[in-house]
Design a protein around this ligand. Sequence first.
Ligand code: HEC
Ligand code: HEC
Ligand code: HEC
Ligand code: HEC
Ligand code: HEC
Length: 174
Amino acid sequence: MRVSTLAAYVAALLLVGPACNPPARHAALTFFFDGVPPPKPPEPPPGQTDEAAASRKITYTEHGPYAAKACNACHQSTSSNSFVAPREQLCFQCHDFKLDKKYLHGPLASGGCLACHDPHSSQYRYLLVAESDTFCFRCHDRTAIESNPVHQDVGERCTECHDPHMSDNEYLLR
Ligand code: HEC
Ligand code: HEC
Ligand code: HEC
Ligand code: HEC
Ligand code: HEC
C-alpha cells in the first residue's frame, strides 16, 4: 500500500468515526479498497426469524409483453387510453384461449379478464389482482359461500375444486 493511500485510509477512518452508521462507513472504506466485505444486514428484531423477514419482501412478476416493453402490443400509444383492439379482445391476440367448455365463468363470458388479472405486473401468482383465492370474495359473498355445507373448512382454496375460467362440469367443478 502506498503511503499516501494509507494516510487517506486513516483520515477516512477518522472522518467516518464510530458515530457513523455502518453503510456510510462501508461506502467510505470501499472508496479506497475493493476488499472490504459488504456490511452485514441488520439483525432481525428478537423473536423474529430471517425467514419471516424474507417472506415479507414483495416481488413483482411482470407480464411477458410488459417486461419486453412491448407497450404497443396493447396500447395505441402510451400517451392515449386507446387500445389496439377492443378491451374484451385484447388478451386473445396472444393467448389462444378457446372458450369451448359448456360452462363459462361469469366474468370470463363478458370478456373481463381484467377482473382477475393485471395486464402489467403483479405480486401474486399468474398476474392475479389479489392473493388467491381471496379475490373470489370480491364478487361472491363470503357468508353465502361458507353457509353451503360443501364448503365446510375449505378456507380459501377455491381453485382446488373450481376452475376459474370454464368447465364442462356444473358449478365450474374441475
Ligand atoms: C397485455 C396488454 C398490455 C401491455 C403489454 C401494456 N399495457 Fe398498459 N394497460 C393495459 C390495460 C388493459 C390497461 C387498463 C387497465 C385497467 O383499466 O384496469 C392498461 C393501463 C395502462 C396505463 C394507465 C394506468 C394504469 O396503470 O392502469 C398506463 C400508464 C399504461 N398502461 C402504460 C403501459 C406501458 C408504459 C406499457 C409498456 C411498458 C404497457 N402499459 C404495456 C394493457 C397493457
Ligand atoms: C402481446 C402478446 C400478449 C398479450 C396481448 C397478452 N399476453 Fe399474457 N402473456 C404473453 C406472454 C409472452 C406470456 C408469457 C408466456 C410464458 O412465459 O409462459 C404471457 C403470460 C400470461 C399469463 C401467465 C403468467 C404466469 O405467471 O404464468 C397470464 C395470466 C396472462 N398472460 C394474462 C393475460 C391477460 C389477462 C391479457 C389481456 C389483458 C394478456 N395476457 C394479453 C403475451 C401476451
Ligand atoms: C375469475 C377470475 C379469472 C378470470 C375472469 C380470468 N382468469 Fe385467468 N386465471 C385465474 C386463476 C385463479 C388462474 C390460476 C390458475 C388456476 O387456478 O387454474 C388463472 C390462470 C390464467 C393463465 C395461466 C394458466 C393457464 O390456464 O393457461 C392465463 C394465461 C390466464 N389465466 C388468462 C386469462 C384470460 C385471457 C382471461 C380472460 C379471457 C382470464 N384469464 C380470465 C383467474 C381468472
Ligand atoms: C369479477 C367478479 C367475479 C369474481 C372475481 C369471481 N366470480 Fe365466480 N361468478 C361471477 C359471476 C358474475 C357468476 C355468474 C352468476 C352466478 O351464477 O352467480 C359467477 C359464477 C360462479 C360459479 C358458478 C355458480 C353457479 O351457480 O353455477 C362458481 C362455482 C364461481 N363463480 C366460483 C368462483 C371462484 C372459485 C372464484 C375465484 C377463483 C370466482 N368465482 C371469482 C363473478 C365472479
Ligand atoms: C372441496 C371442493 C370445493 C372447494 C375447495 C370449494 N368449492 Fe365451491 N363448490 C363445491 C361443490 C361440490 C359445489 C356444488 C354445489 C353444491 O353441491 O351445493 C360448489 C358450489 C359453489 C358455488 C355455487 C353454489 C353456491 O354455494 O353458491 C359457488 C359460487 C362456489 N362453489 C364458490 C366457491 C368459492 C368462492 C370457494 C373458495 C372459498 C369454493 N367454492 C371452494 C366444491 C368446492
